[in-house]
Design a binder for this molecule. Structure first.
Ligand SMILES: Nc1ncnc2c1ncn2[C@@H]1O[C@H](COP(=O)(O)OP(=O)(O)O)[C@@H](O)[C@H]1O
Ligand SMILES: [Mg+2]
Length: 354
């Protein structure tokens, strides 16, 4: 696995989902390529010969490759044991299997919202269909293309999975990933900050306990714009390695956090409008509990996640300007101390302090 990442580095990576295909690898690299192809070939997805392989960049936790086959491009993904983040951060490779299960379950709810899984591969890897011509939503937002209708569809589709899986013993049994969710989400995002901030520690610890205790619906766990493809059929969700049966408020909070950070980073009010659209559409799909309850929990979680993105183990890579960090930190700390529902948090969010 480390070998594959070294190989990707040597090749200079590649833009996600686009850019020129990588030329045939050198003889020294051949065993690495062989490893991937043997797995894909054994699954019956490619014939003999050397298909073209393109590393897809974008993630810190997996090797992701685009492979051209006679029946069209596919993606081969397999989890890494050591995440590529500054702080040392190990994660069990079983999360690859969680992702496969989430993708299949989501397609059962709405086939347009996740890529088709074509095969499970050894090492908790899998092959899925490559979606051509679908930019990552983060790139669209960063380029200034902010489509509120699309943001609403994101909220609608996340809510659809939550509604379909709410109070389902089968889904609960299929995603027994509490330890993984704790290691990848609760600890690095909420408790890591609590350990550094004595004043807010009781509130953050209470938030972490509440999040861990609720078993309500199937949570994706990484609903970030970088894990959403913009397709002609609406949002397509990728990267469900953190899927868990837990509190649906987390997905809404996680996604809205990213939009609010981008509102500050790009000083763009349309990101706040997009967050509002996501929340309104999500709210319309909440049929498993009082919508106000889930929005209240999401508000508290958003505040915690916002602070985590400036102080935590996985800071937003683009939020480097000290002024931007200050704007996020001040508002997040105030809302952790005095939580409000996520719709109110978004309405009052300031993208600058001028
Ligand atoms: N099925 C797919 N179709 C098109 N592009 C994909 C597909 N799967 C992954 N990608 C591209 O690869 C990138 C990384 O994939 P992702 O599943 O998010 O892995 P990671 O865990 O490394 O972030 C995505 O941001 C996207 O650009
Ligand atoms: Mg990703």
């Amino acid at each position: 696995m480390a070998d594959l990442s070294a190989e990707r580095k040597r090749l200079g990576g590649g833009a996600p989902g686009c850019g020129p295909l990588i030329p045939p690898l050198s003889e020294t690299a051949r065993p690495l390529r062989q490893q991937v192809f043997d797995r894909v070939r054994a699954a019956g997805l490619i014939g003999e010969g050397d298909p073209v392989l393109q590393p897809l960049t974008g993630g810190v936790s997996c090797d992701v490759w685009k492979v051209d086959t006679l029946t069209g491009p596919i993606v081969v993904k397999r989890p890494l044991e050591q995440l590529r983040v500054a702080a040392e951060w190990h994660a069990p490779v079983e999360r690859g299997t969680s992702e496969i299960r989430w993708l299949r379950r989501a397609r059962g709810v709405d086939a347009r919202m996740a890529p088709e899984v074509l095969a499970e591969l050894p090492g908790h890897g899998f092959a899925m269909r490559f979606l051509p011509g679908c930019p990552v939503w983060k790139d669209e937002l960063t380029a200034g293309r902010v489509d509120t209708g699309f943001a609403a569809a994101v909220g609608e589709r996340i809510a659809a999975v939550h509604a379909a899986s709410a109070n389902s013993a089968a889904d609960r049994d299929a995603f027994p990933n509490d330890a993984m969710f704790r290691a990848l989400r609760v600890d690095p995002f909420l408790l890591h900050v609590a350990r550094k901030d004595a004043e807010l520690a009781p509130a953050l610890e209470a938030l972490a306990d509440d999040l861990s205790a609720r078993k309500i619906a199937l949570v994706h766990g990484d609903v970030s714009p970088k894990n959403i493809l913009v397709s002609a059929d609406g949002p397509v969700f990728l990267d469900a390695e953190c899927a868990v049966y837990g509190d649906p408020a987390f997905d809404l909070a996680f996604c809205v956090t990213h939009l609010l950070l981008k509102a500050v980073w790009l000083d763009d009010a349309r990101m706040i409008a997009a967050a509002g659209a996501t929340i309104a559409a999500y709210r319309g799909g909440v049929d498993w509990e009082e919508p106000g309850s889930v929005l209240a929990r999401a508000g508290a979680l958003t505040a915690g996640l916002l602070l985590a993105r400036v102080e935590g183990k996985s800071p937003a890579p683009y939020l480097t300007d000290p002024d931007h960090k200050h704007i996020v930190r001040e508002q997040a700390r105030a809302r952790i101390a005095a939580p409000v529902a996520i719709d109110a948090l978004v309405t009052n969010w300031k993208r600058n302090f001028t």
